[in-house]
Design a protein around this ligand. Structure first.
Ligand code: TMP
Length: 214
C-alpha cells in the first residue's frame, strides 16, 4: 500500500521572502529523496489560475469581500480535488505556497469577515484535510510592503492600506500560537542566511519523523 504524501504549506504577509524560502524547502526535500510537487494558492491548476487572476487583477468595480472569499474557496476546491489530493494519494509530498491560513488572515482578519464563514467553507471544501506542517514567515508589514513594491506593480490586494496588513500579521501570529503542533513561526526580519538556517533547523525538527517512516 502506498503511504500518503505529506502536505506542507508556506505562509506570511507581503514581501516576507516566500519564494526564497520555498526554494530552501524544495532543496531540503530533494536532498532527502522526497518525491514532491510545488504549487500555490490561489491557483495551481489552469482553472484555479483563472480564478487567481479574477482575485488579484484590478477591476472597474470594487470586489465585495464575500465575493473574494467565495472565489478563494472556489479556486481551492478545484486545486485540492484535481491536483493536491491526487498527488498526496500517490505518495507525493505537496509543498503549497499559501493555503487556508491565508484566508483566515486576509479575508477573515484583513477584510474583517471573521472566522465563522471561513471555518464552514474549510469544512465543506477540505473535509478533514489540514496541512501536516505550516511554515509562517513573520515580518513587520511596512518592511514587507516596501520589498513587494520594489518587485513591480502592486496587485489589487497589495494596494490595501497598512492597517489591513497589520491585521493580517496579527492573525498569522494568532494562528501560530493556537496551533503549535502544525505551525512553525520564523522571524523573517533576520538576514537571509539566518532565516535559511532557522528554516532548515525547523524542517529537520518537524519533518524528520515523517522522512524516517517512509
Ligand atoms: P502571492 O501568492 O504572490 O503571495 O499572492 C497571493 C495573494 O492572494 C496575496 O496577497 C494573499 C492573497 N490571498 C488571499 O487573500 N486569500 C487566500 O486564501 C490566499 C491563498 C491568498
Amino acid at each position: 500500500m502506498i503511504r500518503p504524501g505529506k502536505f506542507i504549506t508556506l505562509e506570511g504577509g507581503e514581501g516576507v521572502g516566500k519564494s526564497t524560502n520555498l526554494a530552501v524547502i524544495e532543496s531540503y526535500l530533494a536532498e532527502n529523496d522526497v518525491e514532491y510537487i510545488v504549487t500555490r494558492e490561489p491557483g495551481g491548476t489552469h482553472l484555479a489560475e483563472k480564478i487567481r487572476d479574477l482575485i488579484l487583477d484590478n477591476h472597474d468595480e470594487p470586489m465585495d469581500a464575500a465575493t473574494e472569499l467565495l472565489l478563494v474557496f472556489a479556486a481551492r476546491a478545484q486545486h485540492l480535488n484535481t491536483k493536491i489530493r491526487p498527488a498526496i494519494a500517490k505518495g507525493k509530498w505537496v509543498l503549497c505556497d499559501r493555503f487556508t491560513d491565508a484566508t483566515y488572515a486576509y479575508q477573515g482578519a484583513g477584510r474583517e469577515l471573521g472566522e465563522r464563514f471561513i471555518s464552514a467553507l474549510e469544512d465543506l471544501v477540505q473535509g478533514e484535510l489540514r496541512p501536516d506542517l505550516t511554515v509562517i514567515l513573520d515580518l513587520e508589514p511596512a518592511t514587507g510592503l516596501n520589498r513587494a513594491s520594489q518587485r513591480g506593480a502592486l496587485d489589487r490586494i497589495e494596494q490595501e492600506q497598512i492597517d489591513f496588513f497589520h491585521r493580517v500579521r496579527s492573525c498569522y501570529l494568532e494562528i501560530a500560537a493556537a496551533n503549535p503542533q502544525r505551525c512553525a513561526l520564523i522571524d523573517a526580519s533576520k538576514p537571509l542566511l539566518a532565516v535559511r538556517d532557522q528554516l532548515l533547523e525547523t524542517l529537520e525538527q518537524r519533518l524528520r519523523i515523517f522522512l524516517d517512516e517512509r
